[in-house]
Write a protein that binds this ligand. Structure first.
Ligand SMILES: Nc1ncnc2c1ncn2[C@@H]1O[C@H](COP(=O)(O)OP(=O)(O)OP(=O)(O)O)[C@@H](O)[C@H]1O
Ligand SMILES: [Mg+2]
Ligand SMILES: [Zn+2]
Length: 509
């Protein structure tokens, strides 16, 4: 007997079709999987054997050959278990030879129980595009799969259920569609209203959040840098459905979705520790998995204590920050992960933390201060659109019992600024001012004459790099958007220049 069934594997964010063929023939009892399987796939044999035992059917007393086609693509992991089991059942005559329009993915545990796998959202979406009508997935993954409409999603607990369904003895019900909607649970415990004073830093953060700009917060210990950064997601607009799916796709591939968290419905805030490796940050591995920068897609990547990160680790961020995607090439293929993020970094200005402080004397030598700043390369510094000085909180502010403006109130203004951007960028691939490509700056950044004059003067006065020059214009546009100006005024540009930190007391430039 010879049987064929359909499954899918994953490389990066691409699902590829795999046909599972099974044949049972006479001969010395043996169970072989061919078609470039890795160790994980080869171990399927034992799990499938146990699943067959669980339904009290004797395992074939002969040669069992399973082939995964195409044979030239490397197969890894345990997600083919279910399809291998189904094709064996077909070859044994338990199930019909052909199960049309259906695809099977899932890992088998002992006794025929299914375990959740990575990438179910991605595979389901692509299965629908390929025209499959039914997909069978582990029950643990049913919610992420059922976001996809136009395909029947069946959550399977164990192989017995599946056999009963496919033989028509007891039908499973397709899962109801799962509607992705933005949620905000972090709003329950973090709010901008907890941060007292700091009007300049908060204003800068608001502009950055409005335009999606990368920011560097710099100031002495305890001034509230970490506190401010953690609250940025609370002022960002709700995720759109599209963003929810994009980000969830990455988490699905990374195996970070589960029954409790079937989708990523609020903007991610990722704050990796400074001991993280380059691979951890941008992704890696033989079959490349997404790194922190991609897990922060459509949200915030926060690098606290920036100079503590390994310099070479930070350097790998430069390119993806510009292109907003990561390309990882391996012998087996190329994986592309999106990383459209807002980067927030925080740092002290020197090893003791008090360089430039009015409240405490810095105890570092000039050389120490310079070498501390030097830990971050010029090109990386250049990628922060805004440098925000966070000064120590004033006593009157700290002592005040009044609550500061709430996140939801700030968010309303940001949403209006984003609406202006949506209108400006409609029918383009741009979502925010920070994303305007250099060659389109002239088209989008309209300035009045006074602003143009100031820009010229700034360029003459400070040795402004071309990148910095462009970034100032983008930030100025975000200032104009937050204030509701229809073109960039001189004051908008002046504010953008100020947040560029040319006159900073810290040795940034
Ligand atoms: N503006 C503020 N309003 C209210 N509390 C504040 C403010 N700034 C700081 N704090 C308090 O000080 C604590 C330390 O702040 P935070 O950790 O954000 O400082 P930091 O600037 O990140 O310091 P470090 O440089 O040491 O990392 C906060 O947990 C908070 O309790
Ligand atoms: Mg801190
Ligand atoms: Zn110091």
């Amino acid at each position: 007997m010879f049987a064929i069934t359909n499954s899918a594997g994953l490389f990066g964010m691409n699902a590829f079709s795999v046909t599972v063929e099974a044949e049972v023939s006479k001969g010395r009892p043996n169970f072989i999987v061919s078609g470039l399987p890795d160790m994980g796939v080869r171990e399927s044999c034992d799990r499938v054997r146990s699943a067959v035992n669980s339904i009290h059917i004797p395992f074939p007393n002969g040669k069992v050959l399973v082939n995964l086609a195409p044979a030239d693509v490397k197969k890894s992991g345990s997600s083919f278990d279910l399809a291998i089991f189904v094709s064996l059942m077909q070859a044994m005559g338990v199930l019909p030879d052909r199960i049309p329009d259906s695809i099977f993915i899932g890992e088998l545990g002992l006794h025929g129980v299914l375990h959740g796998i990575h990438g179910v959202l991605t595979i389901t979406m692509q299965a629908r595009e390929k025209g499959y009508k039914n997909i069978f997935v582990p029950i643990q993954n049913v919610k992420e799969a059922s976001v996809t409409t136009g395909i029947n999603v069946y959550g399977v607990e164990n192989v017995e259920q599946l056999i009963n369904h496919l033989t028509g003895d007891e039908l499973l019900k397709p899962a109801p569609p799962y509607q992705p909607e933005a949620v905000h649970s972090i709003l329950n415990y973090l709010d901008m209203e907890d941060v007292k004073g700091q009007p300049k830093a908060k204003n800068g953060i608001e502009i950055a959040a409005a335009g999606g700009h990368n920011i560097l917060l710099i100031g002495s210990p305890g001034s509230g840098k970490s506190m401010l950064a953690q609250r940025v997601p609370t002022i960002l607009p709700d995720m759109t459905k599209e963003e929810i799916l994009e980000t969830s796709n990455i988490y699905s591939v990374a195996g970070q979705l589960n029954e409790e968290k079937p989708l990523i419905q609020e903007r991610p805030f990722r704050a990796p520790h400074h001991t993280i490796s380059s691979a951890g940050l941008i992704g890696g591995g033989a079959i490349p998995s997404p790194g922190e920068i991609s897990l922060a897609h459509n949200g915030v990547l926060f690098l606290d204590e920036l100079p503590e990160f390994d310099r070479s680790t930070l350097e790998v961020l430069r390119q993806p920050l510009e292109s907003r995607k990561i390309v990882i090439s391996r012998a087996a293929g190329t994986a592309v992960y999106p990383c459209n993020i807002m980067l927030i970094a925080a740092m002290n200005p020197c090893p003791c933390g008090y360089y430039g402080s009015k409240v405490r004397q810095c105890t570092c030598s000039e050389k120490q201060v310079i070498s501390y700043m030097g830990k971050i390369s010029g090109p990386l510094l250049d990628r922060f659109d805004m440098h925000i000085d966070v000064d120590p909180v004033k006593y009157e502010d700290l002592a005040s019992t009044e609550k500061a403006e709430s996140s939801s109130s700030i968010r309303e203004r940001i949403e209006r600024a984003r609406e202006r951007q949506a209108e400006r960028f409609k029918n383009t691939e741009i979502y925010s001012n920070a994303m305007i490509p250099d060659h389109l700056l002239g088209e989008y950044c309209h300035m009045n004459e006074a602003a143009k004059g100031l820009l010229r003067a700034v360029h003459a006065k400070y040795a402004v790099s071309a990148r910095a020059f462009n970034r100032i214009q983008r930030v100025a546009l975000s200032v104009a958007d937050t204030l509701g100006h229809s073109e960039i005024l001189r004051s908008d540009l002046a504010m953008a220049v100020q947040y560029r930190g040319f006159n900073s007391k810290y040795l940034l430039n």
